[in-house]
Write a protein that binds this ligand. Structure first.
Ligand code: C2O
Length: 557
C-alpha cells in the first residue's frame, strides 16, 4: 500500500514538472581549495574549485534559479564570473572583482544567485580576479526548458570539452613578473583538453580525454576556450564538425573541418561518427597572426570507436599553421544567427548611441621597469584603472569619487589606425571612466584595432548582454561605405567577438539590463594592461526595469 502511494506521488510529481512555468532551484557548492596537480610531470599546487581541474560543470535548464555558494579556503581574494549569463537585474552576481563586487576574502562565503532567463546552450564560469581563472574555471550547460527540443537533430550523447593553457610555474608569479618588468608575460607550457595536454615530450601521458563513440551516432561537443591568452584551432581527424550554437545562441548550422575559438567563447558542434571503427586524433593548437610569441604545443585527445581495439591512431593530415588567418576569417564569416520563428534575431535597427572605440596597446613610463617603460593597453587611449570598491556599489549607493561617466565615445585623435605610419607617442591616459546609457537605449559600437606596437586580434567580451555582430572588415572602418553592408537580418549573436588584426568589428545591442557592465579584451594579459572599460546602464521605469538591491551576504572590501 505504502509503495503504491509513493509511486502515485512520484507519478503526480513528474506529471506536474512540465506544467510549472518557473524553473527549478539548482544548488551548487564551490569550495575554492588548493590541490596538487600532477599533469605535465609537475606537482605544483593550483587553485581549484572542489579540487578539480577543470572545475565542476553546472547543469541547469532555461528559467532555473541557480544558487552557488562559494567558500574561499585559499590565501587569495576570489570572485567568480558566470561568463555569458545575462544577469538581468542581478548584476551583484556577475562576479568581476571591483566591477560588480568586492572580492570574497580568504575564509569568506558568498552565495551567487541568478536566474537563467531566455538563454540555453553552453557557457562557462571562471575566476574574475588576478590570473586565477587559469585553473579556476568550468562549464555551464543550460538545457532547453523541459519538453523543448534542440533546433537540430537530437544528439546521442553530449560532451563538454574545455580547452585551456597550462603553466609549469604559478600563474600569479607569471603575471607579477611581467608587471614588474613592464614586458609581456611568459607563454604557457602546454595547452590542455579537459585538463590534459595529451602525450608530450619528456613526459609520459597521464590519461586524457578519450571520447568513445558508436558508428552512425551523432554527438554534441560543447567546446569552451578557457585559455588565458590564446585563440585556438580545434579539429578532429577524419570528421567534419557542424556548428549549431555559439555563446549560448543558436546558429544556422554549417560544416567545417576546423573551429576557431577565442578565450571566452563557446562553440557547440555536432560530430557524426561516420566511420566503422578506429581511433582519431582530437587537437587544439594556437592561432596568432601577429608577430607575438605563443605556446606552440598542440594539445591532443582521442576519439575512439567502441569495439575497435587497434592502437593505431588516425592523425590529422594537417594542423592549421598558427598564422592561418584565412581559416579564421572563413570560420567567422560563416556564423549566422539561426533567426527562426522561435529564436528570432532581434537586431536593433535604430541606433541611439553610435560609438567608435579603438583597441590598442601602448607604452607608458615606468622608472622601475626593464626599459624604463611598461607595455599597457587602452580603449580610446584610456587605460582603465581598477577602483578600490566595486563600481556597481558606487553606482547603486551614489558614492562619488569612484568613477566618472565621461568615457569618450570617440578616439581623442583620428589617424590612419591600421596604416604603417603610427603615431610616435604611444602614451595613454589613465582613468576609471564609464560610459552611461539610459535604460533600453540601443548601441552601435565599432571596435577598431590599431597598429600601435602591433596590430593584433582582440577577443572583446561584454558582460550583461548578448550583442549582434553586424559587420567586420580589414583596415579602417568607413562609416559611409561599411554601414551599407551591415547584416541586420541574421548576424551572429554572442558575448565575445574577435576584432581581427588590423581590422574592425561592429556590434549592436540594446541596453535593457540596468547595472554596471564590464567590457574587456578576454586575453588576460591585455585585460591586466588596461584594455577594459565599463558601461553604466541606468534604471528604467518601475521595479521590473531596475537593479535589485545587493544581497545580504554581499562581500565587503
Ligand atoms: Cu569571461 Cu569579464 O570575463
Amino acid at each position: 500500500m505504502a509503495m503504491q502511494w509513493i509511486r502515485l506521488m512520484i507519478v503526480l510529481a513528474v506529471c506536474m514538472l512540465p506544467l510549472s512555468v518557473e524553473g527549478m532551484v539548482r544548488h551548487y557548492k564551490f569550495n575554492v581549495v588548493m590541490k596538487n596537480a600532477t599533469r605535465l610531470c609537475s606537482t605544483k599546487p593550483i587553485v581549484t574549485v572542489n579540487g578539480k581541474f577543470p572545475g565542476p560543470t553546472i547543469y541547469a535548464r532555461e528559467d532555473d534559479n541557480v544558487l552557488v555558494k562559494v567558500v574561499n579556503h585559499v590565501k587569495y581574494n576570489v570572485s567568480i564570473h558566470w561568463h555569458g549569463i545575462r544577469q538581468l537585474r542581478t548584476g551583484w552576481a556577475d562576479g568581476p572583482a571591483y566591477i560588480t563586487q568586492c572580492p570574497i576574502q580568504p575564509g569568506q562565503v558568498y552565495m551567487y544567485n541568478f536566474t537563467l532567463t531566455g538563454q540555453r546552450g553552453t557557457l562557462w564560469w571562471h575566476a574574475h580576479i588576478l590570473w586565477l581563472r587559469a585553473t579556476v574555471h568550468g562549464a555551464i550547460v543550460i538545457l532547453p526548458k523541459l519538453g523543448v527540443p534542440y533546433p537540430f537533430p537530437r544528439p546521442h550523447m553530449e560532451q563538454v570539452i574545455i580547452l585551456s593553457e597550462w603553466w609549469k610555474s604559478d600563474t600569479e608569479a607569471v603575471i607579477n613578473e611581467a608587471l614588474k618588468s613592464g614586458l609581456a608575460s611568459n607563454v604557457s607550457d602546454a595547452h590542455t583538453i579537459n585538463g590534459h595536454p595529451g602525450p608530450i615530450k619528456n613526459c609520459a601521458s597521464q590519461g586524457g580525454l578519450n571520447l568513445q563513440v558508436q558508428p552512425g551516432k551523432t554527438y554534441l561537443l560543447r567546446v569552451i576556450n578557457a585559455a588565458l591568452n590564446e585563440e585556438l584551432f580545434f579539429k578532429v581527424a577524419g570528421h567534419k564538425l557542424t556548428v549549431v550554437e555559439v555563446d549560448a545562441a543558436y546558429t544556422k548550422p554549417f560544416n567545417t573541418d576546423t573551429i576557431v575559438i577565442a578565450p571566452g567563447q563557446t562553440t557547440n558542434v555536432l560530430l557524426k561518427a561516420n566511420h566503422a571503427s578506429g581511433k582519431y586524433l582530437v587537437a587544439a593548437s594556437p592561432f596568432m597572426d601577429a608577430p607575438i610569441a605563443v605556446d606552440n604545443i598542440t594539445a591532443t585527445a582521442t576519439l575512439h570507436y567502441t569495439g575497435s581495439l587497434g592502437s593505431t591512431i588516425t592523425t590529422l593530415t594537417s594542423l592549421p599553421p598558427k598564422n592561418a588567418t584565412p581559416i579564421a576569417t572563413t570560420f567567422s564569416d560563416s556564423l549566422r544567427s539561426l533567426n527562426s520563428k522561435k529564436y528570432p534575431a532581434r537586431v536593433p535597427i535604430k541606433v541611439d548611441h553610435s560609438l567608435f572605440f579603438t583597441v590598442s596597446l601602448g607604452v607608458n613610463p615606468c622608472a622601475t621597469c626593464v626599459n624604463g617603460s611598461r607595455v599597457v593597453a587602452a580603449i580610446n587611449n584610456v587605460t582603465f584603472v581598477m577602483p578600490k570598491i566595486s563600481l556597481l556599489q558606487a553606482h547603486f549607493f551614489n558614492i562619488s569619487g569612484v568613477f566618472t561617466d565621461d568615457f569618450p565615445g570617440k578616439p581623442p585623435v583620428v589617424y590612419d589606425f591600421t596604416g604603417k605610419k603610427q603615431p610616435t607617442n604611444f602614451r595613454t591616459n589613465r582613468g576609471t571612466r564609464l560610459y552611461r546609457l539610459p535604460y533600453n537605449s540601443t548601441v552601435q559600437l565599432v571596435l577598431q584595432d590599431t597598429g600601435m606596437l602591433t596590430p593584433e586580434n582582440h577577443p572583446i567580451h561584454l558582460h550583461g548582454f548578448n550583442f549582434f555582430v553586424v559587420g567586420k572588415g580589414q583596415g579602417n572602418f568607413n562609416p559611409k561605405n561599411d554601414t551599407k553592408n551591415f547584416n541586420l537580418i541574421d548576424p551572429v549573436e554572442r558575448n565575445t567577438v574577435g576584432v581581427q588584426s588590423g581590422g574592425w568589428t561592429a556590434i549592436r545591442f540594446r541596453a535593457d539590463n540596468p547595472g554596471v557592465w564590464f567590457m574587456h579584451c578576454h586575453l588576460e594579459i591585455h585585460t591586466t594592461w588596461g584594455l577594459k572599460m565599463a558601461f553604466v546602464v541606468d534604471n528604467g521605469k518601475g521595479p521590473n526595469e531596475s537593479l535589485l538591491p545587493p544581497p545580504r551576504d554581499f562581500p565587503k572590501c
